[in-house]
Design a protein around this ligand. Structure first.
Ligand code: GLN
Length: 481
């Protein structure tokens, strides 16, 4: 099971070599055996075994759905009816949603079997998964190191072989960076490709649901199940999804990959740059043509993102006021006291920092100087990509400037933590799809290759990833048990 992806497990299920119930039981025991990773906030054995029984019945009735009976986990940011959904915050520690998120509905309809909800940075704010009220997640490759964030629990659960895939969200890199740190594949779809309905909001113009899995092929199977229009999310795009599976086998001959030197700038570790270059040479062997390009506004992506994301967060998080739901302080003396104490007790330090920064950036006196300027920067960044995609099909670089860092290493220094997102946030600002692919190792730790595509060209990303994975074996490597 440990080395099996979705495609292999699906074959075994159809050949009756195993059952959905057996797979669910194995995942549940693996989750328990690896509890030290702290990858889970909730393990849902009863619901999982129930869903597995349904999947077995569907299999017996001849279901050909690609994900039937496949165990997986949801990031604890997706609302699950009757199962608490915390966003790793004291604020929502006891929140039990009355409905399922669109992504949850779709994977349930596909008869995939969720075994639980994964740990994450509080409200998806972070790059190390240390901002969780349930404590940090550990990286299965080296448990003294972070798994990346904010989808760290999802990444650790897949990398440790507990499940073959996991859902995640990516506002500034939270699928791609943990995928890179944990040696797995992670896809951030185009903004609007996957419904955000029931996905707890962080920064609404940037948030995207997606997945982490062992291979590009597995990501294609999951994207097929979750992509599509949803009238309940006004930003969901009414455009049919492509055939992501059929596209996997296209040849890469003649495909142009732009190498932006800005993505190899100061701060990128030598070992990371070398592994990324080696992976690019493999793509070259498959017929890809590497072209040097420039994304001149790349250096302003971090400052723009760290104004826009907190501004939107400050607005989204205003709903947690201790009145309707979420944490409420004891014995409030007044309405003001209720707001202040509920929010001070319910939100962790990083979330409070973002609310302060965001509220400041949106305030009457500073709006022009910060928020408006950040929006202008966002337009320049999107224009850079548009100009580059006039002459190349994909853009490549390292997903993250470093390999997984030590727990605690950047925790006290928010700016050093924010710098971990240097190669990922621009993609969200421009609304584009991107994938992180395992690309070898530096000092024994996984390195991720990021490929970026024009809007709605997920099929091209998955195709390039699959072709690379047909000819290399980095994605099959596993941490020592
Ligand atoms: N690390 C980034 C942040 O803290 C991105 C997080 C995300 O993608 N959810 O904002």
């Amino acid at each position: 099971m440990h080395d099996s992806g979705i495609a292999q497990l699906a074959r075994a299920l159809r050949a009756r070599e195993t059952s959905a119930t057996e797979l669910a039981q194995r995942s549940l025991s693996a989750a328990q055996a690896q509890a030290g990773l702290n990858a889970f906030i909730s393990v849902c054995a009863e619901q999982a075994l129930d869903a597995a029984r349904h999947a077995d019945a569907a299999l017996a009735a001849g279901s050909v759905k690609a994900l039937v009976g496949i165990p997986f986990v949801h990031k604890d940011i997706f609302c699950t009816s009757g199962i608490r959904t915390t966003c790793a915050s004291r604020m929502l520690e006891n929140f039990v949603p009355p409905y399922d998120a669109a992504v949850v509905e779709k994977l349930a309809a596909a008869n995939a079997v969720s075994i639980g909800k994964t740990n994450m940075d509080e409200f998806a704010m972070g790059s190390s998964n240390e901002n969780s009220c349930f404590g940090p997640v550990r990286n299965p490759w080296d448990t003294t190191r972070v798994p990346g964030g904010s989808s760290g629990g999802s990444a650790a659960a897949v990398a440790a072989g507990i499940v073959p895939f996991a859902t995640g969200t990516d506002t500034g890199g939270s699928i791609r960076q943990p995928a890179a740190f944990c040696g797995i594949t992670g896809l951030k779809p185009t903004y609007g490709r996957v419904s955000r309905w029931g996905m707890i909001a962080f920064a609404s113009s940037l948030d995207c649901g997606g997945m982490l899995a062992r291979s590009a092929e597995d990501c294609a199977l999951v994207l097929t199940a979750i992509a599509g229009h949803d009238a309940r999310d006004a930003t969901s795009v009414d455009r049919p999804a492509d055939d992501y599976i059929a596209a996997l086998s296209t040849s890469l001959k003649g495909i142009k990959i732009g190498i932006a030197h800005e993505y190899f700038g100061a701060g990128v570790e030598e070992g990371v740059a070398a592994a990324t270059q080696a992976a690019l040479r493999e793509l070259e062997k498959l017929g890809a043509v590497l072209v040097d390009i420039s994304l001149p506004n790349a250096p302003i992506a971090i400052p723009a993102y760290y104004v826009i994301a907190p501004a939107e967060a400050s607005s989204n998080l205003a709903r947690y006021d201790g009145v309707r739901y979420g944490h409420r302080c004891a014995d409030p003396a007044s309405l003001e006291d209720l707001y202040t104490r509920s929010r001070s007790e319910g939100f962790g330090a990083e979330v409070q920092r973002r609310i302060l920064v965001g509220t400041y950036a949106l305030s009457a006196g500073y709006y022009d100087a910060y928020y408006l300027r950040a929006q202008r920067a966002r337009r320049l960044i999107a224009n850079d990509f548009a100009a580059a995609f006039a002459s190349v099909d994909l853009i490549a670089g390292p997903t993250a400037p470093t390999v997984a860092f030590k727990l605690g290493e950047k925790f006290a220094d928010p700016l050093a933590m924010y710098a971990a997102d240097v190669n990922t946030v621009a993609v969200n600002l421009a609304g584009l799809p991107a994938i992180s692919l395992p690309a070898g190792f530096s000092a024994g730790l996984p390195v991720g290759l990021q490929l970026i595509a024009p809007a709605f060209a997920e099929a091209r990303l998955l195709n390039a990833g699959h072709q690379l994975q047909q000819h290399t074996d980095w994605h099959t490597r596993e941490p020592a048990p």
